[in-house]
Design a protein around this ligand. Structure first.
Ligand SMILES: C[C@](O)(CO)[C@H](O)COP(=O)(O)OP(=O)(O)OC[C@H]1O[C@@H](n2ccc(N)nc2=O)[C@H](O)[C@@H]1O
Ligand SMILES: Nc1ncnc2c1ncn2[C@@H]1O[C@H](COP(=O)(O)OP(=O)(O)OP(=O)(O)O)[C@@H](O)[C@H]1O
Length: 337
C-alpha cells in the first residue's frame, strides 16, 4: 500500500527550505517497541478534554520498523506499509509517522520530502501504542536522515505534541507518565517480565474508551491518580508474582463495557495459568503476565485454542525505545519492506 501526503512546507516553499547537511545517508531504519501499561490510574476529565494519569509504561519486545529515505522535491511525505494489519493503517497526513516528519521539518525550516515505509508488527488500535511508536521512530529516523542532531529534550517535546504516548515510545524501558502521560520519569526494572498478548478481532478507539470511563464515573468522586509504591517496587526488584498482584488499569471497566467479550479472553488466560490478566491500555488487546518464557508460551497456546481472540503474541519487557538500527551502510535499509 502507498499514499502521498502533502505536508506543511512541502510545496516548493523554498524561502523556508535549507539544505540540512552534506554527508547524509540514503536511508535510515529505526526500530520501536510496543508498550503495556502496568498501571494506568486515570483522574477526572480536565478542561482540555484530556485526563490526568499516573501511567506506568513498560516497553515490550514487539516492534515496528520505520525506514525513511529522501522523497521527490515538493512531494511531502509518501507512505507505504506492510504487515498483517497494514490495511488498517492510514497512509495520508493523519498517519503519526507523516505528522512526525512534518513537525520535525517545520521545526528546522526544511521540506518534509521523505518516503516512509512502516513494517508493522504491533497490533493496530490495540492499546499498545502502535501509531505512537511509528511517530517516535519516524522522528528519530528523519532526524538522522536529515543530519539535524535535534537535542533529545526537543525530540521529546515534539513527541508530546504528536500524542500522549509518543514520548514513551522514544524513551522505552519503563517510565512513570504524569500529566496526560507525556511527562516521563524513567523507572528502574530489576529483571525480565514475560507477557502474552491476545489480539482482538477489531480495534477500539482510545477517545471512545476515555468517554466511556467518563460515563461510568459520572457523579462519583474520581481520586487524583497516583502510582502504586508496591508496583514500582515489584518492577525494581523484577518480582513477577508481586507485579501480578499490583497490575491495575482504570480503563479496563470502560473497555469491558464497550467490548464485553473480552471477559472470556481474560478468563481463558488466567485459567491457563497466567499470573495476572488485564486489558492493555485502552484495549482491546489483553495482556497476561507469565512466570517465565515457557509459561508464556503455554498460556499463548491455550489462548489461541480458546477461540476468544484473533491471535496471540509472546514478548518480554523491558525493551529499548526507538533506536536507529541501520543507515546507508546497510543495503537492507531500503524502503521496499
Ligand atoms: C490509553 C493510553 O494509551 C495509555 O498509555 C494513552 O493515555 C493514550 O495515548 P494516545 O493514544 O497517545 O492519546 P492522544 O493521541 O494523546 O489522545 C487521544 C484522545 O484520548 C483521550 N485521552 C488521551 C490521553 C489522556 N491522558 N487523556 C485522554 O482523555 C482524549 O480524548 C484524546 O483526544
Ligand atoms: N502509524 C500508524 N499506525 C497505526 N495506526 C495509525 C498510525 N497513524 C495513525 N493511526 C491511526 O491511529 C488509530 C489508533 O491506532 P494505534 O495502533 O496507535 O492504536 P492504539 O495502539 O490503541 O493507541 P494507544 O495505545 O496509543 O492509545 C488507528 O485506528 C489509525 O487510524
Amino acid at each position: 500500500m502507498s499514499g502521498s501526503v502533502n505536508g506543511t512546507g512541502s510545496t516548493g516553499d523554498t524561502g523556508r527550505t535549507r539544505s540540512a547537511g552534506s554527508a547524509r545517508p540514503d536511508a535510515v531504519r529505526a526500530r520501536v517497541p510496543a508498550k503495556v501499561n502496568a498501571q494506568l490510574a486515570v483522574g477526572g476529565a480536565r478542561p482540555d478534554g484530556f485526563h490526568d494519569l499516573a501511567n506506568v509504561f513498560l516497553a515490550v519486545g514487539l516492534y515496528d520498523e520505520v525506514t525513511v529515505a529522501p522523497g521527490a522535491p515538493g512531494g511531502g511525505p509518501v507512505l507505504t506499509c506492510t504487515g498483517p494489519d497494514a490495511a488498517q493503517v492510514p497512509l495520508d497526513a493523519t498517519n503519526l509517522a507523516a505528522r512526525a516528519a512534518v513537525a520535525l521539518a517545520d521545526r528546522h525550516g526544511i521540506a518534509p520530502d521523505v518516503r516512509i515505509h512502516i513494517a508493522k508488527d504491533i497490533p493496530v488500535a490495540g492499546g499498545m501504542a502502535g501509531g505512537s511508536a511509528d511517530g517516535a521512530a519516524a522522528l528519530l529516523a528523519c532526524d538522522t536522515l536529515w543530519g539535524l542532531g535535534t537535542p533529545r529534550d526537543e525530540l521529546l517535546a515534539l513527541c508530546a505534541d504528536l500524542g500522549s504516548d509518543v514520548p514513551f515510545s522514544l524513551l522505552g524501558g519503563a517510565a512513570l507518565g504524569t500529566g496526560r502521560g507525556e511527562q516521563l520519569t524513567p523507572l528502574s526494572v530489576g529483571g525480565t517480565f514475560h507477557w502474552v498478548f491476545a489480539v482482538a478481532e477489531e480495534g477500539l478507539s482510545t477517545p471512545r474508551v476515555f468517554q466511556e470511563f467518563d460515563r461510568l464515573t459520572a457523579g462519583s468522586d474520581v481520586p487524583p491518580p497516583a502510582a502504586d509504591p508496591a508496583l514500582l517496587a515489584a518492577l525494581r526488584t523484577g518480582d513477577a508474582p508481586a507485579l501480578a498482584k499490583a497490575l491495575a488499569n482504570d480503563l479496563q471497566r470502560a473497555a469491558l463495557s464497550l467490548r464485553p467479550a473480552l471477559r472470556a479472553t481474560l478468563t481463558a488466560g488466567t485459567d491457563a495459568g497466567a499470573l495476572a490478566a488485564l486489558v492493555s491500555g485502552s484495549g482491546p488487546t489483553t495482556a497476561f503476565l507469565a512466570a517465565d518464557a515457557e509459561a508464556a508460551h503455554r498460556v499463548a497456546g491455550a489462548l489461541a485454542a480458546s477461540g476468544t481472540c484473533r491471535t496471540t503474541r509472546v514478548a518480554a519487557s523491558p525493551a529499548r525505545g526507538a533506536t536507529v538500527v541501520a543507515d546507508t551502510a546497510d543495503p537492507a535499509a531500503g524502503t521496499g519492506g
